[in-house]
Design a protein around this ligand. Structure first.
Ligand SMILES: Nc1nc2c(c(=O)[nH]1)N[C@H]1C(S)=C(S)[C@@H](COP(=O)(O)O)O[C@H]1N2
Ligand SMILES: [Mo]
Length: 265
């Protein structure tokens, strides 16, 4: 996948500032308390685009998050009456306007498996699920939203592309040869996210085509966006063009800009 746009003048302090939102408040506070000064932090060397002490805390957060994760542990469900329209946040990979009629979803597996190209009707043909869950942005705001769509787990099973064998399977009993990751990108590859397979196959992870009973608006990700309430907003990619089930960790736009790759909460 294409790398994110380069950011001229992006120095260490800017990178550090970019993490002083919710993600940093949670993970960085620990480190600041333990090791002391800002000056010490900003003079550390970079590890995968991030000063190494923060990268280590992100890695530790991921280990704790993965250990605590369970497919049966749901993100909180809300009454539908609590739902609101969230603010439109982030338009990376969403310009120019999309021709919804020409849109197709490309689904890829590991080398050897034939990719599938699906239209929106094929997604609508999968079992429909509705849920009212919280969209939590790493910038510190959350909105309860009512969504409808298909489970990513059902697409994974019906195409079989989430497994090494590449054969369709029953979503209730996933095979032992599941791949470890899923990558998704916008049609122009301008925005892209990487997901661990347990998060991707969680029952609340939806390929969403409706918000509040209406077809998704372009600004909220029409015709298809990801809703993954076990992760922060950054992973809830709008305007999905390609889904790639993979053996190695997929590129992630915000992880390349210093955020936590795992981004669970
Ligand atoms: N393609 C794309 N998807 C995206 C973003 C983006 O910039 N481009 N921003 C993300 C962020 S940071 C958030 S909080 C949510 C916001 O979704 P909303 O605009 O529907 O409220 O979208 C996510 N998905
Ligand atoms: Mo966000």
């Amino acid at each position: 996948m294409a790398a994110g746009p380069s950011r001229p003048g992006d120095d260490l302090e800017a990178r550090l500032r970019s993490t002083t939102r919710r993600g940093f408040a949670i993970s960085g506070a620990t480190i600041l308390a333990g090791f002391g000064t800002w000056r010490w932090l900003v003079t550390r060397s970079l590890d995968d685009g991030l000063i190494w002490p923060l990268r280590r805390v992100h890695n530790l957060n991921e280990r704790i998050g993965r250990a605590a994760f369970s497919p049966s542990r749901r993100a909180r469900d809300f009454p539908r009456s609590a739902a609101r329209e969230p603010r439109v946040n982030g338009t990376i990979g969403m310009e120019p306007a999309l021709d919804a009629g020409a849109w197709r979803l490309r689904v890829e597996g590991e080398a050897g498996a034939a990719p599938r190209v699906l239209d929106l009707d094929a997604i609508r043909a999968l079992p429909r699920h509705e849920q009212t869950t919280e969209l939590k942005c790493i910038e510190g705001w959350s909105t309860v939203v009512h969504w409808a769509g298909a489970r990513l787990a059902d697409l994974a099973a019906s195409t079989g592309l989430a497994s090494r064998g590449g054969r369709p399977y029953d979503p209730a009993s996933p095979p032992a040869d599941l791949l470890d990751y899923v990558g998704m990108s916008t049609p122009d590859a301008g925005y892209y996210v990487g997901l661990d397979m347990p998060g991707a196959l969680h029952p609340q992870t939806l390929l969403c085509y409706e918000m509040d009973g209406q077809p998704l608006s372009p600004a909220h990700g029409a015709p298809l966006r990801l809703v993954i309430p076990v992760k922060y907003g950054i992973k809830n990619i709008k305007r999905i063009g390609t889904i790639r089930f993979a053996d190695s960790r997929p590129a992630d736009y915000w992880a390349e800009n210093g955020y936590d790759w795992y981004s669970g909460h």
